[in-house]
Design a protein around this ligand. Structure first.
Ligand code: ADP
Length: 175
Protein backbone atom coordinates (compact mmCIF):
# COMPACT_ATOMS: atom_id res chain seq x y z
CA UNK A 1 0.00 0.00 0.00
CA UNK A 2 1.24 3.50 -0.82
CA UNK A 3 2.11 5.63 2.20
CA UNK A 4 2.38 9.36 1.72
CA UNK A 5 3.98 11.96 3.92
CA UNK A 6 3.38 15.63 3.26
CA UNK A 7 3.34 19.04 4.89
CA UNK A 8 0.52 21.55 4.71
CA UNK A 9 -0.28 24.97 6.09
CA UNK A 10 -3.33 25.50 8.27
CA UNK A 11 -5.18 24.94 11.49
CA UNK A 12 -5.09 21.30 12.44
CA UNK A 13 -8.52 21.36 14.08
CA UNK A 14 -10.11 21.99 10.66
CA UNK A 15 -8.59 18.97 8.90
CA UNK A 16 -10.78 16.11 7.67
CA UNK A 17 -8.49 13.25 8.55
CA UNK A 18 -9.14 10.19 10.71
CA UNK A 19 -6.93 11.36 13.55
CA UNK A 20 -5.33 14.66 14.48
CA UNK A 21 -2.60 14.81 17.08
CA UNK A 22 -2.74 17.34 19.89
CA UNK A 23 0.40 18.78 21.49
CA UNK A 24 -1.12 18.56 24.96
CA UNK A 25 0.23 19.12 28.43
CA UNK A 26 0.43 16.36 31.02
CA UNK A 27 -2.91 17.23 32.63
CA UNK A 28 -4.73 16.67 29.29
CA UNK A 29 -7.22 19.28 30.46
CA UNK A 30 -6.50 21.88 27.80
CA UNK A 31 -4.01 24.71 27.49
CA UNK A 32 -2.76 27.28 25.02
CA UNK A 33 -1.56 27.00 21.44
CA UNK A 34 -2.81 24.09 19.38
CA UNK A 35 -4.26 22.42 22.49
CA UNK A 36 -6.55 25.38 23.16
CA UNK A 37 -7.62 25.55 19.52
CA UNK A 38 -8.49 21.84 19.47
CA UNK A 39 -10.47 22.00 22.72
CA UNK A 40 -12.39 25.08 21.56
CA UNK A 41 -13.27 23.47 18.24
CA UNK A 42 -14.10 20.02 19.65
CA UNK A 43 -16.42 21.42 22.33
CA UNK A 44 -16.83 20.74 26.05
CA UNK A 45 -17.37 16.98 25.80
CA UNK A 46 -13.68 16.59 24.97
CA UNK A 47 -12.50 17.77 28.37
CA UNK A 48 -14.96 15.38 30.04
CA UNK A 49 -13.40 12.41 28.26
CA UNK A 50 -9.89 13.76 28.94
CA UNK A 51 -10.64 13.92 32.68
CA UNK A 52 -11.19 10.16 32.66
CA UNK A 53 -7.74 9.51 31.17
CA UNK A 54 -5.79 10.50 34.29
CA UNK A 55 -3.20 12.63 32.53
CA UNK A 56 -0.37 11.60 30.25
CA UNK A 57 3.40 11.42 30.69
CA UNK A 58 5.92 13.12 28.43
CA UNK A 59 6.54 11.02 25.32
CA UNK A 60 3.29 9.09 25.72
CA UNK A 61 -0.02 9.34 23.88
CA UNK A 62 -3.71 8.78 24.64
CA UNK A 63 -6.67 8.86 22.28
CA UNK A 64 -10.17 10.32 22.47
CA UNK A 65 -13.07 10.87 20.15
CA UNK A 66 -12.97 13.98 17.93
CA UNK A 67 -16.42 15.27 19.02
CA UNK A 68 -17.28 18.36 16.91
CA UNK A 69 -14.09 18.15 14.83
CA UNK A 70 -14.08 16.75 11.31
CA UNK A 71 -11.47 14.28 12.62
CA UNK A 72 -12.82 11.05 14.18
CA UNK A 73 -10.08 10.86 16.79
CA UNK A 74 -7.75 13.13 18.71
CA UNK A 75 -4.45 11.68 19.85
CA UNK A 76 -3.15 13.64 22.84
CA UNK A 77 0.59 13.48 23.25
CA UNK A 78 2.87 15.37 25.62
CA UNK A 79 6.05 16.67 24.07
CA UNK A 80 9.18 17.51 26.03
CA UNK A 81 9.90 21.01 27.27
CA UNK A 82 13.16 22.16 25.65
CA UNK A 83 15.94 22.37 28.24
CA UNK A 84 18.89 22.75 25.90
CA UNK A 85 18.77 19.36 24.19
CA UNK A 86 20.72 17.16 26.62
CA UNK A 87 17.84 16.24 28.89
CA UNK A 88 16.38 13.48 26.75
CA UNK A 89 14.30 15.83 24.59
CA UNK A 90 15.01 14.07 21.24
CA UNK A 91 14.05 10.63 22.63
CA UNK A 92 10.90 12.00 24.21
CA UNK A 93 9.89 13.82 21.03
CA UNK A 94 10.51 10.74 18.87
CA UNK A 95 8.43 8.72 21.32
CA UNK A 96 5.51 11.17 20.88
CA UNK A 97 5.47 10.58 17.13
CA UNK A 98 5.87 6.79 17.44
CA UNK A 99 3.23 6.33 20.13
CA UNK A 100 0.77 8.70 18.44
CA UNK A 101 0.99 6.83 15.15
CA UNK A 102 0.68 3.48 16.90
CA UNK A 103 -2.39 4.42 18.92
CA UNK A 104 -4.05 6.00 15.85
CA UNK A 105 -3.32 2.86 13.81
CA UNK A 106 -4.75 0.70 16.61
CA UNK A 107 -8.05 2.57 16.15
CA UNK A 108 -7.94 2.01 12.39
CA UNK A 109 -6.90 5.52 11.37
CA UNK A 110 -5.75 5.65 7.75
CA UNK A 111 -4.92 9.37 7.72
CA UNK A 112 -3.15 11.19 10.54
CA UNK A 113 -2.15 14.84 10.93
CA UNK A 114 0.52 16.11 13.31
CA UNK A 115 1.25 19.62 14.54
CA UNK A 116 4.86 20.57 15.18
CA UNK A 117 4.94 19.09 18.68
CA UNK A 118 6.92 21.00 21.35
CA UNK A 119 8.01 23.80 19.01
CA UNK A 120 5.62 26.44 20.39
CA UNK A 121 5.31 27.15 24.10
CA UNK A 122 7.66 24.23 24.92
CA UNK A 123 10.49 25.90 22.99
CA UNK A 124 11.98 22.98 20.98
CA UNK A 125 13.85 24.53 18.01
CA UNK A 126 11.86 23.64 14.92
CA UNK A 127 15.05 23.26 12.82
CA UNK A 128 15.84 20.27 15.04
CA UNK A 129 12.31 19.05 15.72
CA UNK A 130 11.16 18.84 12.08
CA UNK A 131 13.89 16.43 10.86
CA UNK A 132 13.34 14.26 13.94
CA UNK A 133 9.57 14.23 13.39
CA UNK A 134 9.96 13.25 9.74
CA UNK A 135 12.62 10.60 10.41
CA UNK A 136 10.56 9.03 13.20
CA UNK A 137 7.41 8.85 11.07
CA UNK A 138 9.41 7.37 8.18
CA UNK A 139 10.83 4.71 10.52
CA UNK A 140 7.44 3.89 12.03
CA UNK A 141 5.32 3.60 8.91
CA UNK A 142 6.66 0.25 7.64
CA UNK A 143 5.33 -1.36 10.86
CA UNK A 144 1.95 0.34 10.41
CA UNK A 145 0.89 -0.57 6.86
CA UNK A 146 -2.75 0.51 7.36
CA UNK A 147 -1.71 4.16 7.82
CA UNK A 148 -1.62 5.59 4.29
CA UNK A 149 -1.35 9.32 4.82
CA UNK A 150 0.59 11.42 7.32
CA UNK A 151 0.43 15.19 7.12
CA UNK A 152 2.53 17.67 9.10
CA UNK A 153 0.19 20.59 9.63
CA UNK A 154 2.28 23.76 9.90
CA UNK A 155 0.94 26.92 11.45
CA UNK A 156 3.23 29.43 9.71
CA UNK A 157 4.83 29.75 6.29
CA UNK A 158 8.25 29.59 7.91
CA UNK A 159 7.45 26.29 9.61
CA UNK A 160 6.04 24.92 6.35
CA UNK A 161 9.26 25.81 4.51
CA UNK A 162 11.33 23.98 7.12
CA UNK A 163 9.20 20.84 6.84
CA UNK A 164 9.08 20.97 3.04
CA UNK A 165 12.83 21.42 2.77
CA UNK A 166 13.42 18.39 4.99
CA UNK A 167 10.79 16.30 3.19
CA UNK A 168 12.39 17.00 -0.18
CA UNK A 169 15.80 16.18 1.26
CA UNK A 170 14.77 12.77 2.61
CA UNK A 171 12.35 11.89 -0.16
CA UNK A 172 14.53 13.26 -2.96
CA UNK A 173 16.33 9.98 -3.55
CA UNK A 174 13.15 7.90 -3.19
CA UNK A 175 11.00 10.04 -5.52
P1 ADP B 1 3.92 22.92 22.64
O1 ADP B 1 3.50 23.28 24.04
O2 ADP B 1 4.03 21.43 22.42
O3 ADP B 1 5.12 23.68 22.19
P2 ADP B 1 2.14 24.68 21.08
O4 ADP B 1 0.68 24.53 20.87
O5 ADP B 1 2.60 25.87 21.84
O6 ADP B 1 2.64 23.30 21.75
O7 ADP B 1 2.88 24.70 19.68
C1 ADP B 1 3.08 23.57 18.88
C2 ADP B 1 3.01 23.99 17.42
O8 ADP B 1 1.64 24.12 17.05
C3 ADP B 1 3.67 25.34 17.10
O9 ADP B 1 4.38 25.20 15.88
C4 ADP B 1 2.47 26.27 16.93
O10 ADP B 1 2.77 27.33 16.03
C5 ADP B 1 1.48 25.32 16.32
N1 ADP B 1 0.05 25.68 16.38
C6 ADP B 1 -0.60 26.54 17.18
N2 ADP B 1 -1.93 26.52 16.92
C7 ADP B 1 -2.12 25.63 15.92
C8 ADP B 1 -3.25 25.17 15.18
N3 ADP B 1 -4.48 25.63 15.44
N4 ADP B 1 -3.05 24.23 14.21
C9 ADP B 1 -1.81 23.75 13.95
N5 ADP B 1 -0.71 24.14 14.60
C10 ADP B 1 -0.86 25.07 15.57
Amino acid sequence: MVQQISACLGRIETLSVDAIVNAANSSLLGGGGVDGAIHRAAGPDLVHECRLLGGCKTGQAKITSGYRLPAKFIVHTVGPVWRGGNAGEPDALASCYRQSLQIAADKGAVSVAFPSISTGIYGYPIEQAAPLAIATVLESLPQLPTVCEVCFCCFTETDLEIYQRELSRVQGSAA
